[in-house]
Design a protein around this ligand. Sequence first.
Ligand code: UDP
Length: 455
Amino acid sequence: MGKPHVLAIPCPAQGHVIPMMELSQCLAKNGIKVTFVNTEFNHERVVKAILDTEKINELISLVSVPDGLESAEDRKDPGKLTEAMRKVMPLKLEALIEEINGTPGDGITCVLTDFFMAGALEVAEKFCVKRAAFLTAAVTLMALTINADKLIDDGIIDEDGTFLKNEMIQLSPSMPKMSTTHFGWTCFPDPTLRKIIFHSLFQNNTSAKLAQHIICNSSNELEPWAHTFIPNCFQIGPLLASRRLGKSTGYFWPEDSTCLDWLNQQPENSVIYIAFGSFTIFDQIQFRELALGLELTNKPFLWVVREDIIQDIDGAYPEGFKERVKNKGKIVNWAPQQEILSHPSIACFLSHCGWNSTIECVSNGIPLLCWPHFGDQFLNQSYVVDHWKIGLGFEKDEKGIIGREEIKNKMEKVLGDGKYKMRAKELQEKIIDGVEEGGRSRKNFENFIDWIKEN
Ligand code: UDP
């Protein structure tokens, strides 16, 4: 084998591209060359959003392949995108590897794919190169996915992944109990989409068995049962680019860094940060209620409102809201989230509980208010509220809305009761120890590097 050269393939979603990019930067820092493959659509966005001041390691080259959809087609439909990619990706990846291998001494020696894009491991097998998978979600999600057939046999879900009874189950005695309504795929409200997602996860299981090395952006302190249950999955997280590399990169939207100047002017431990990741959509009524809840709370807030978070963004805010909160609140399209969360002015994070947002928050010792919308976000909320006990969720009213009073009350509870902050700080200390010299995540990462480098 030649010099180590990794082909890194993320799922085409923001919450997968960012951690895969962080991991790639960590590999490059260890002298490993990386070719990073985005879909053409995402590649263009990532390249556009990279700041002039930002330095991507020179050992990383950014390339792209088509995703199989026409340029005008809707990429927010995960079912459609997954189907299209499954058809075109293997051939496109083969062509890419052949092209790269055309330069003598520079060939691909390892394919590192997102765990949920395991089809790429079949391509790796054809080329007889190393096969690694990277999980950017909780290990429990993967445990549920790879045990889907057992869940069917035990009568917990049907063949389309729908839960048969709303109950609490335990995959193994060492793992926490979880609700059948929180399996990741069971949390998609649309039944057709739920079925497509479940079948694609189920199909992914077969190819995932080809992985020789599985690593995940989690840590032993966050999911201590993980390694016992899936011994070949190694926790290397949290990756935390802002801590290890200075800054995270791979954004789909340009960041508005004026919010850092604004935060510098706020008192320590005073600001509520509100962000819902890259996918979440709000309806008009709920969006207004959130705005009014923030106003009622009467604390400084930094709120990320993506342009596509609601259909009519211009008419979305309550009458006069922006004027009334102008001295208290800052609203931006996209923020450098990891930098925000490590800022001393941040007191609490109101989040949709995507896995990345959750661990970025925990790594900074900040309590959470959980507002999950779909997918694994409910599972992650149960970690925050029931296991780590570092935050609270919201109750919906009889109309299915989280009301302004509920927002204010829960915010006051989390900020007013020092226990949330104290436990968040304790957890932070433990997980940071894990990535420091001699820590478990650090050792797992070093073993991974050695494995990539060995002939
Ligand atoms: N993010 C960011 N700026 C924002 C909002 C989000 O940098 O204004 C980043 C965040 O730090 C995280 C990712 O986008 O790394 C979102 O991933 P997550 O798993 O939390 O949610 P998803 O977008 O997959 O729902």
